[in-house]
Design a protein around this ligand. Structure first.
Ligand code: ADP
Ligand code: MG
Length: 220
């Protein structure tokens, strides 16, 4: 069974059809890229697969189960396993870095103690090579640092699937190197990456299937 199955997926907003009849299977352990012109529907499709947006019609199945029909327990497990790195990082502006990383950890691991969580936060910060204070807020960080913290937040609960929307945009060279090596080891562990990118360097360095989306429809 495919990890994700998209069945005749449509998404409409303000009477505009943004996604128009997408069918797709994504296998566990694969790397799938979505590319295409700006405004073509890449981000919308990525968010539909991740369950962040709700389709107007059609279905997204995760391990054969419609995301929209999952009960609370299954939905929470789905959300732990599938992590999203947003194009604009989308960190919580009124929380410091420690709080930004603590929140998903606490949500999914209520039994962890404060010191266990802090240890995991330090560990994930070292993986993304963030060595500044945990008491800074997102606005105190460069865009590249914010993006690395967004990765840390996505990876903190050991997800099975990573969704990436233009994740190397606004990254400096150091950031790109850190993220690429991190993604390569993620894929080598047999995990799944579904990404949107304009960058041909990014697309060629992450092997995998690349799909083009134009006016809400897929072509290979
Ligand atoms: N929530 C929304 N409401 C209305 N229109 C939207 C919404 N989200 C995206 N759009 C429109 O849908 C189209 C596709 O957007 P998007 O998925 O962001 O494309 P891409 O990521 O390929 O640039 C664009 O025309 C955009 O303006
Ligand atoms: Mg986009």
């Amino acid at each position: 069974m495919a990890l994700f199955t998209l069945e005749n997926l449509y998404f409409k907003s303000r009477n505009q059809e943004i996604i128009r009849g997408v069918n797709l299977e994504i296998e566990k352990g694969s790397v799938v890229g979505l590319t295409g012109k700006s405004g073509g529907g890449k981000s919308t499709l990525l968010k539909l697969i991740a369950g962040i947006l709700v389709p107007s019609s059609g279905k997204v199945l995760y391990e054969g189960v419609d995301i929209q029909s999952m009960n609370n327990i299954k939905n929470k497990e789905f959300r732990r396993k599938c992590a999203f790195v947003f194009q604009d990082s989308a960190l919580w502006a009124n929380q410091d870095i420690q709080q930004n990383l603590n929140l998903p950890l606490q949500t999914h691991n209520p039994d962890m103690t404060y010191s266990q969580r802090l240890e995991r936060i330090h560990e994930i910060c070292s993986i993304v090579k963030y060595d500044r204070s945990l008491q800074l807020r997102p606005a105190d960080l460069s865009m590249g640092e914010q993006k690395r913290i967004a990765f840390a937040r996505a990876l903190i609960n050991n997800p099975e699937v990573l969704f990436l929307d233009e994740c190397t945009e606004s990254l400096d060279r150091k950031g790109v190197e850190v993220i690429m090596s991190l993604l390569n080891s993620f894929v080598n562990e047999g995990k799944t990456v579904i990404y949107v990118s304009h960058s041909s360097v990014f697309i060629t360095s992450l092997a995998g299937k690349v799909l083009v989306i134009e006016e809400g429809q897929l072509s290979e």
